[in-house]
Structures are given as C-alpha cells and as structure tokens.
Design a protein around this ligand. Structure first.
Ligand SMILES: [Zn+2]
Length: 429
C-alpha cells in the first residue's frame, strides 16, 4: 500500500471516493419511509385490496422487510378477487429461491411474479367457480418498486419533478391493439355485443365469454387466451422518492393518470387517496366500484428538501463520475441517476408467452429451485416428468428442449392452451 502515497493525480480523488462510499453505504442502510392511504366507494362489491407492510424476505429479519399493495377488481362475482387476495402473495414468494441477497431477490422477482400469477389462476380455476379479477400487485423494497398487473387496474408513479408515468399496461381489448392481435391469433374472436337488429354496442369484447379484458385471473368460462401472465415493470426511485397511485378502473374511467396525480399533490397519503376518489366521483358519478391506494415513498431524512439536493455536493458527485466513467459499475450508475433525481428503469416485460417470461436456466446460479421443480406451480417433478418450457414452442427455431426451466404436465397443458395450441383443458358444465 506504500505505493499509494505517491504524488499521483489520484490523491485528489481520495476524499471524493470516500464521500461516494459513504453515500452508497448510507443509501444501503437508510430505507425510505412508506406511508399509505386507502379510499373507495362500492357499487357492486367486487373491488378488493391488499395492504401488507410487514413482509420479510428472510423470516425473522426485520432489515429484510418489504411491503406489498394490491387491487383486485372482480367481475362476474367476487370469488376470484377474494381468492387472489388470499393467495397471490404467497404464490409469488414461493417461487423465489431461498437464501438470496437483497439484489438477487429483486432480480428474481419479475419471474416469480409470472409464476405466482399463473399458479393462482390455475388453482382458482380448479375450484370450478366462475368469476375473474384484475390484479395490480406492487412490491416496494427500499427504493425499488416492482409492479405486476393483469387487467385494467392501473398503477401510476408521480415523482417530485412533476413527471407522471404509468407502471402498468391496460389489458383492454378496446385500446390495446397488441393484445387484440394476440387474442385473435390464439383463436379468440374480438367484436362488440350485437343487439337485436344487428346494431353493435359497447366496448370490444372477446368471444367466447364476452370479456372486455385480454388478461385476468380466473375466468374459466372464457377462452384460455385470456391469460394471467402479468406485465411486469421494476423501477428504482431516486433519493427524492415518489408517490404511487394504484386504483381500479372506476378511477381511470373518470380521470387520466395526470389528472389523478395532480388532484392530490401536496396532500398526505391518507387524504390523497380520498381526494382522488372524490375527484373521480365528481367527474363521473358512482358508476362502478372505485378503489384507490396512495403510497408515498419518502426519503428517510424528511427535513431534506427532496427535489433539490445541495448543488455543491451534486457537482462533486458528477465530477467524480465523469472522471471515472470508464469503470462505472451498475451501482455507481444507479447512484448517479438517483443523485440527479432520475427514476431508473430496471426491468419491463409484457409478453404473454410463458417461455419468454420464465427464461432459460442455463446460467443456473439463480435457477428457481433446481431442475426437478415445476417453474409455475413449484411441485416436485420426477426426473422423467419435467417438460422443458422451451420444448416444441411456436418459435421452434429457438427451441431448447433439454434446457430448463421445466413444467409439470398440467402446467405444460395450461401453457399450450394459453398460446392457442390446444383447446382449453377446463370445461364448464
Ligand atoms: Zn406445474
């Protein structure tokens, strides 16, 4: 280490490097505060929600805590919404390998969300009850927000800078051309309701079943191309934090994302949720169940003015980063974006093809649970039982039938049905 004390230029940088290290360390230690509010008005009694603040990645370890928020907007009854509220979180967590560190856990989350949604759908359908539900499911771990969603209950992000972004995609046939094409290609028919005399009314629906959504959980009495595979988006907030507004379509049919965000700016979360519902009812009246959860992710030092970090410090940080650009690690990049108030996009995927969502297990370091567990329902498989998720896919060019992840026969059937390659395995009497 003696050589480190020369007259080299690097001497200048040492205090700055120390500063950065402190910054990174303090970021790791200090999690933001999460505050929330909920409000709703019921018309049909089919909106349900979940608020869970005390979840732990490592049971018994409070420093591994995260929180979960969700809205389930049921249709044709409330059974699917109730079932999903009870089971979805556990099914997602059950698909994450044990013993992961916090970064690895967050990386494993998008795939586990896909497994958890499909498993919940399968288990609900097995009960033989009709009804379906949207599911917009949000996990907040430190500064990282992960949103998985099917249907049209939206989650928006309002950052301190005033930008409003949508973290979900609306799975509505009327607006979503990609989904319309997917449903049609999988054997569904898309059209409006015809009334006597041949006039067509209402929004675009999918037949059989007549659902306006292209993705949902449950709905055994519609085609299997109405899939439970969620759009997933993961972002890392800047150290200014941000506000999430999660709400059912009762809100979004009345208010745009920007209107909802603006209507409650400056209010604490509890009042904000009420204000958004009030604003929606004022605009459109109570035509549907209307549910809203507002979640604020607040910097730990609330005395800090979040929008404007001290300019001097920021300049010093920038100076260092520009100098050290060549060895920018992901962590430093992240820190840099955070320092200038930019939300970092970590992951986004919305494909309805299961093989694309479960990926490949060729880098087995973080494979879900070894070779002999179904990647969807997590049941143990005998060595001869597992069927690769890549076997005989539509994209047979890239088929890797020997490669994991593997599915049990039941989940493989479900996969084929969702892709329109075989008739639905579930029939309603
Ligand atoms: Zn399975």
């Amino acid at each position: 280490m003696a050589s480190g004390h020369g007259r080299r230029r690097r001497d200048n940088l040492v205090p700055l490097a120390a500063l950065i290290n402190r910054e990174i360390k303090s970021e790791k230690m200090e999690k933001p505060t999460v505050r929330y509010g909920h409000a709703g008005q019921s018309k049909k009694g089919e909106d349900y929600f979940l608020i869970k603040l005390d979840c732990q990645r490592v049971p018994g370890n409070p420093s591994s805590s995260f929180s979960a928020f969700a809205i389930f907007d049921g249709h044709n009854g409330n059974a699917a919404a109730v079932f999903t509220r009870e089971n979805l979180l556990n099914h997602v967590l059950g698909a994450i390998p044990r013993g992961l560190g916090s970064e690895e856990w967050l990386q494993a989350l998008p795939r586990a969300l896909v497994s958890g949604f499909v498993k919940t759908d399968k288990e609900f359908q097995r009960r033989g009850e009709t009804s379906g539900t949207t599911a917009t499911f949000v996990i907040i771990d430190g500064w990282t927000v992960t949103v998985a969603s099917v249907g049209d209950s939206r989650c928006i992000l309002d950052t301190q800078g005033g930008a409003v972004s949508t973290l979900t995609v609306d799975h509505r046939l009327e607006e979503n051309v990609d989904e319309r094409e997917r449903v049609t290609a999988s054997g569904g028919e898309v059209g409006r309701l015809s009334i006597a005399g041949g006039a067509e009314i209402g929004p675009l629906r999918c037949w059989p079943g007549g659902l306006c959504l292209s993705r949902s959980i449950g709905d055994m009495d519609v085609g299997e191309f109405i899939v439970p595979i969620p759009h997933v988006k993961q972002v890392k907030l800047s150290n200014a934090g941000g506000r999430l507004v999660i709400a059912s379509d009762g809100i979004w049919d009345a208010l745009s994302s920007e209107m909802a965000a603006k209507s409650c700016r400056g209010l604490p979360a509890e009042l904000a949720a009420r204000q958004v519902v009030k604003e929606a009812l004022r605009t459109r009246g109570l035509k549907d169940d209307t549910t809203c959860i507002v979640v604020d992710v607040i910097p730990p030092d609330s005395s800090l003015q979040p929008t404007t970090p001290p300019p001097k410090k920021q300049n010093r940080l920038k100076a260092l980063f520009f100098r050290k650009k060549s060895c920018d690690s992901a962590n430093k990049l992240s820190k840099r974006l955070s320092a200038v108030g930019i939300v970092e996009e970590l992951f986004e995927e919305g494909s309805a093809i299961l093989a694309e969502r479960l990926g490949s297990d060729d880098c087995t370091a973080h494979s879900t649970s070894g070779l002999f567990t179904c990647a969807v329902c997590q049941v143990d498989l005998a060595p001869s039982e597992g069927i690769s998720v890549h076997a005989g896919g539509i994209f047979s060019m890239s088929s890797k039938p020997w490669q994991g992840p593997f599915l049990c026969a039941d989940c493989r059937n479900k996969k084929d049905a969702m892709e329109g390659k075989r008739p639905s395995g579930v029939k309603v009497a």
